[in-house]
Design a protein. Structure first.
Length: 94
């Protein structure tokens, strides 16, 4: 899996692990997904979702905190590049 780290403060950190599995992009998140770290996740998704990706699979098992507003804005905001591609989004249990 490819890893990326984001967050400015020690307690405000998120790790993003990505792995392509066929036509699905699996994304495991650890740490905190909030207004500070969400822009990095959005950037990672924009850079990773290509024409060959037909589904996103998220693993939130290692998230300590997730802001509901942040998650909603990333996936369902009408201006979101991800929402406009009409990709199925799945959750996964670890």
């Amino acid at each position: 899996m490819e890893a990326a780290f984001c967050g400015r403060k020690e307690g405000n950190r998120m790790e993003i692990l990505k792995k392509q599995n066929g036509q699905a992009l699996e994304i495991a998140l650890a740490g905190r997904l909030d207004t500070t770290t969400a822009p990095q996740l959005e950037a990672e998704l924009k850079n990773s979702v290509t024409e060959e990706i037909h589904a996103l699979v998220f693993d939130f098992a290692k998230l300590e905190y997730i802001s509901s507003c942040t998650a909603h804005a990333l996936m369902f905001h009408p201006c979101s590049d991800i929402a406009q591609q009409d990709l199925p989004v799945y959750g996964q249990r670890s």
